[in-house]
Design a protein around this ligand. Structure first.
Ligand SMILES: [Fe+2]
Ligand SMILES: [Fe+2]
Length: 699
């Protein structure tokens, strides 16, 4: 009777080649791209709208707030530089040059005066009073005065040559005249003459002045300024100049100009995002459903946008990262988290240096830490403390980020006000936001994971618990099947751990694969407890129909109890398109004219490694049970494994699963180890001997 459930190769199906699914343009590209596009553009526009009402600025308009620096920076103040240069330029009166012809001119004027004196003709326009005073002198005294004038003139020009900036003053001229020992009236006359003859020795050169001003202007270095946190960049009401606008942009303040350029680049990015995801997740039967990937990435954007609205920029990554690692294979989760972090840098940060660093470092830290920390979640408490640990790390990332940007970070600053306390306040907000959203997401996950087509670790744990309704029902109404499922579950866990396959999913799949037997438990040998076999009195075709129906009925029950889609796949695929050979042979032996298709499961064939592995374990367990009396050595177990696998391959049951030869060898080795431990207590000589030897070695 153990062979009742055995399956034989189905010749009618061996010829069918494996069909590759057609490339799904809408599902794999268009729909994700459209969702990304709408969400991404909405985030940019909402960010602009929200920020537009709060801290935005417009270049050339008066400032609505006193904007303060949020990070230290050094910059060149072009306005102050211009002011300084103008002031210095204006202070330059002009370049004064010496008139080389001034001395000759004076000598010539003296000569003209002498001629006027000797001829008594004032043709050169000298003051009549002066000329008359000289004419009143005796001729000899006049000559003496003219000689004296020549000498004083020479001294005058000599002094001028020695000191350009201080031409001889009246007092000095007097002193020089005093040295000549002249009578006071003649000395006075000489002084009057010298004053009349003196011509300007210096003049301003306009060309040289312009040149000099240019040289001086360029020689003044630009004014460098250092902005510290909290320094005012522009006061309320002041006009926002291009320089101030540049500073505000750098400090991360949004511009109230509609971000048309950013929208265009965002659109381009969103349209290429599904392609990046296709490359990163590539064709793998275990890849998460696209809807879940799209959901996670957009959820990350929304969380981070919300975080930046409540003053916790950089937070919001933990919730999507947590969901990714709880519901997907780590490799996929990591790739999705990285794509999410990179895309949110563009959408959320607005590419300001300050926000980019904050969002990127949080995204990277969370993705990487999650990869190692969220590996084995055994219970809700493990999840809770690991989430708390991650949130604290993210807070420290934020604090160190601000420290890196020059914000003061001291323990004393915790008790101080802004800006000193700001770093810890922001850190605290990040911690709170991440913790709340992560816990909320984890608690809502069981409600949405079915729609996303994923199975989270939490749900898997919940489903594989003996107290879950269907398992309890199975235990009560079909104890034989329940124990069969438990055994397959244990084997599945061992094998999948060795092969790096999701052991939680495998275990749940194994536990529920035969729940269809609940409809008619007594029709299955494991529930007959050695009593009368119901099939002995049934026509083989009817027996086959009831046996085969357990797949369809299992799917119905799964629907009634709300089992996830991933678990339903184990129910539908665990027999693939194999046939119930025992009843087919029985019908033939009874001379019935039957077709093999009447004894064949509807399928489909296993579509994933997990369901393929379950099919193998299920068939192997049946085969081992059937041949338990003949299995006396490890070699016997190995032969059964080889034979069952060969039958499945010949029956093309694994055509839709991309097992390589190397992987198949690993599967065989893992199966051998699992069944060896199962048979450890049975009468298998070799195993018993090995166990004895091991015990001896230990003692
Ligand atoms: Fe089954
Ligand atoms: Fe089974």
């Amino acid at each position: 009777m153990n062979a009742m459930n055995s399956e034989i190769p189905n010749p009618s199906k061996t010829a069918a080649p494996a069909k590759l699914p057609p490339h799904d343009f809408y599902g794999s590209y268009l729909i994700p791209a459209l969702i990304f596009l709408c969400a991404g553009l909405a985030i940019v526009v909402l960010g602009w709208l929200y920020a537009g009402g709060e801290y935005s600025f417009t270049e050339g308009r008066p400032s609505r707030y006193t904007y303060r620096a949020v990070s230290p920076m050094r910059y060149t103040d072009t306005i102050a530089t211009d002011k300084l240069r103008n002031r210095v330029e204006e202070s330059l009166a002009g370049v004064v040059v010496r008139d080389a012809a001034a001395e000759d001119r004076m000598k010539s004027r003296l000569s003209e005066f002498r001629t006027a004196w000797s001829t008594n003709k004032n043709t050169a326009g000298f003051p009549e009073v002066l000329l008359n005073a000289f004419l009143a002198l005796q001729e000899q005294r006049g000559e003496v005065l003219f000689l004296a004038a020549e000498r004083v003139g020479e001294v005058y020009f000599k002094a001028m040559a020695e000191d350009l900036h201080t031409p001889p003053q009246d007092a000095e001229l007097w002193a020089e005249i005093g040295k000549l020992d002249l009578p006071a009236s003649e000395a006075n006359l000489l002084y009057q003459l010298m004053k009349e003859l003196a011509t300007p020795v210096y003049s301003t050169d306009p060309k040289l002045t312009t040149l000099m001003r240019q040289v001086v202007r360029t020689s003044i270095p630009p004014v460098e300024r250092q902005l510290e946190i909290g320094d005012a960049i522009v006061a309320q009401g002041e006009t926002i100049t291009p320089t101030i606008a540049r500073l505000l942009r750098f400090q991360g303040y949004p511009e109230s100009v509609f971000p048309l350029g950013r929208l265009a680049v965002a659109a381009l990015l969103m349209l290429t995002l599904p392609l990046w995801l296709e490359i990163l997740l590539h064709a793998d039967s275990n890849r998460p459903p696209r809807i879940s990937v799209v959901f996670l990435i957009t959820m990350g954007w929304v969380c981070q946008t919300l975080a930046s609205y409540v003053g916790a920029a950089g937070a919001g990554t933990l919730a999507p990262v947590l969901i990714a690692y709880l519901s997907m294979r780590r490799r996929f989760a990591f790739n999705i988290c990285l794509v999410g972090a990179a895309s949110s840098v563009f959408l959320i940060s607005g590419l300001s240096v300050y926000n980019t660093l904050s969002i990127l470092s949080a995204g990277l830290a969370c993705s990487m830490m999650g990869y190692y920390l969220l590996r084995r979640i055994d219970s809700i408490s493990t999840l809770a403390y690991k989430t708390l640990f991650l949130a604290v790390i993210l807070m420290l990332v934020k604090v160190s980020n601000r420290a890196f940007q020059g914000f003061p970070v001291t323990w004393q600053s915790l008790t101080l006000g802004w800006p000193l306390g700001e770093t810890w306040t922001v850190g605290g907000r990040v911690l709170l936001f991440d913790l709340l959203t992560a816990y909320l997401a984890a608690s809502l996950l069981p409600m949405i994971e079915g729609r996303l087509g994923v199975l989270s670790v939490l749900k898997a744990r919940q489903l594989s618990h003996p107290s879950s309704p269907l398992l309890r029902k199975l235990q009560m109404e079909a104890p034989g099947t329940y124990h069969h499922c438990l055994m397959i579950g244990t084997l599945a866990e061992v094998v999948s751990t060795e092969l790096g396959i999701d052991e939680n999913l495998m275990k749940v799949g194994a536990y529920y694969h035969d729940i269809g037997k609940l409809r008619r438990p007594q029709y299955f040998v494991e529930n007959q407890m050695g009593g009368k076999n119901i099939h002995d009195d049934l026509p083989p075709t009817l027996s086959a129909v009831t046996i085969i129906a357990h797949v369809r009925e299992g799917v119905e029950l799964a629907g009634e109890f709300g089992l996830p889609k991933k678990v339903k796949q184990f129910i539908t695929e665990h027999h693939g398109t194999t046939s119930v050979g025992y009843f087919y042979k029985k019908a033939k032996a009874m001379g019935e004219n039957v077709d093999l298709s009447q004894f064949t499961y509807p399928g489909p064939k296993p579509q994933s490694r997990e369901t393929a592995l379950l099919m193998l374990l299920d068939s192997l367990e049946a085969a081992m049970r059937a041949e338990s009396r003949n299995i006396t050595s490890v070699k016997d177990i190995q032969e059964v494994i080889e034979r069952v696998i060969a039958i499945k391959i010949a029956d093309r049951q694994f055509d839709d699963v991309d097992f390589t030869f190397r992987e198949m060898e690993r599967v065989k080795a893992a199966l051998l180890r699992a069944f060896r431990s199962m048979y450890h207590t049975r009468v298998v000589k070799e195993i018993k001997q090995e166990a004895k030897q091991e015990a001896k070695q230990k003692t």
